[in-house]
Structure formats: C-alpha cells, structure tokens
Design a protein. Structure first.
Length: 244
C-alpha cells in the first residue's frame, strides 16, 4: 500500500480570515475558542520546524473555525478504549474556467486527545476505500512506520447547516488555504478506521480503531483559484490503493 501525502507549504505570512455573513463581530463560541487555541499551537509548531504537527492541526482548526463542535468518540488504542475528540471534513474540488462546478472530493477523519493535542490520529481517503494519507502524531512526533489499514470508510450524511467562519488570532497559511474563499456547509459524516503503525520511542502506540461513528463534519467547496480540483484529482491518480 502506497501513501501519498498532501503537502502544505509553510510560509512566513498568512492571510487573516474575515467573518462570513456580515460586518458585525461574531459571537465567541467554545468552538472558536478551541480553534484559536489550536491555531496558536500550530503556529508555534511551524516556528519550531515541527511540520507534521503544523499540517495535521490544520484539519481540526478548519472545522472548528467553521463553528463545528467536535464529538467525544471512543478510539481503541492498542486494545483499550479511550475518549478522543472527533471531526470529519469533506474537501471538494471545483473545475477552473468561467463556470466552475463541483468535482471530486476527499474525506478526512481526525481524532485527538488532550487540550494541547497529546495524540492525534488522522486518515484521508478517496471513496470507496483508497487511503490517501494517514498519520499518528504523538505530541510533535509523527510515526513514519505505517503498516496497514484494515478498516477505512466514510459515508456522507446531510449537509444543510450554515457555517460561520471566524478570524483566527494568528496568521496561519495552511488553515487559510482551507477556509478563505470556500463555500461551506455543516452536517455529518459516518466514518471508521483501523490503522496500524510500528511503535517507536516517540510513538508508543501501534493500533488505532474507530468503530463506525457519526462525526460532526464540514464540507468545504474549494475555489478553483487554490487548485482544489487538481489537488483532489492528483490523489485519485496517485492514491494509496485499496485497503489490505
């Protein structure tokens, strides 16, 4: 099984986000406060050269900044159930040209534990079961020794909820790439994963399993100007292949 990672460039300056739907300041919510906290962690990670932590925090930041509340989910870690927070995202590309239209999409399932994200498990897939990217992040260390995925699924629910994009407190180019200029809706994605890594000194856990669970989710229709459709089609052409 081959893994193709979606790389996000770290740049010195980001673009500040603006609130959607009017000029009045949005009401501060628990989701926004959590987005702001994770944004601070991500920017600090970028400054420290911790690229994996920076890029992986992008996904919960993007959903939280759209005012999505994570669910408490049970992730079985090396055979023992633990409470994690969980969210899902659907990233939809659009064709370029005078009349852009929605095209292919990828799905992200992201779960984490700890206020400061002590451990994060992430899978990105192209339906029905192509693994595009996967990670186990322990604090700042991402385990490079992926072995296999025996369960991998995502089923789209109804997306009818309205999004409210909040400005992040610190410039974060990776999060801006998933938020600025997008069309957004909220809903649910029912997802599952069972992924295995070889444990190591910085990554003591090996197996992570999420049974089929309905996750709060955001659908982000990426504008053609940021290469969304090309990015998604690249995953379709060069993805990881079928699950084992």
């Amino acid at each position: 099984m081959r893994i193709r990672c979606v790389h996000i460039a770290i740049v010195a300056a980001g673009v500040a986000l603006v609130g959607c739907g009017g000029s009045t300041a949005p009401t501060v919510t628990a989701s926004f406060r959590q987005a702001a906290h994770l944004d601070t962690l991500a920017v600090n990670a970028a400054a420290a050269g911790q690229f994996d932590r920076y890029r992986l925090l992008t996904y919960p930041i993007a959903a939280l900044a759209e005012n999505v509340t994570p669910a408490t989910v049970s992730v079985t870690v090396d055979g023992a159930a633990q409470n994690y927070q969980g969210l899902a995202l659907e990233l939809v590309g659009q064709s370029a040209g005078a009349n852009p239209a929605p095209g292919d999409s990828t799905f992200v399932l992201v779960t984490w534990t700890g206020t400061n994200v002590d451990e994060l498990v992430y899978t990105q897939l192209v339906l029905p079961d192509t693994l595009a990217d996967v990670a186990d992040l322990t604090d700042t260390v991402s385990n490079p020794n992926f072995q296999k995925a025996t369960v991998l699924s995502a089923t789209v629910g109804t997306f009818k909820g309205k999004c409210r994009t909040y400005s992040l407190p610190l410039a974060n180019a990776a999060a801006s790439d998933l938020l600025q200029g997008v069309k957004c809706s909220t809903g649910t994605i029912t997802g599952a994963f069972n992924v295995t890594f070889t444990p190591g000194p910085g990554n003591p856990h090996g197996t992570f399993a999420l049974a089929s669970t309905a996750l709060p989710a955001v659908r982000l229709l990426l504008p053609p100007t940021n290469g969304g459709q090309a990015r998604v089609r690249g995953l379709l052409r060069h993805g990881a292949g079928r699950r084992e």
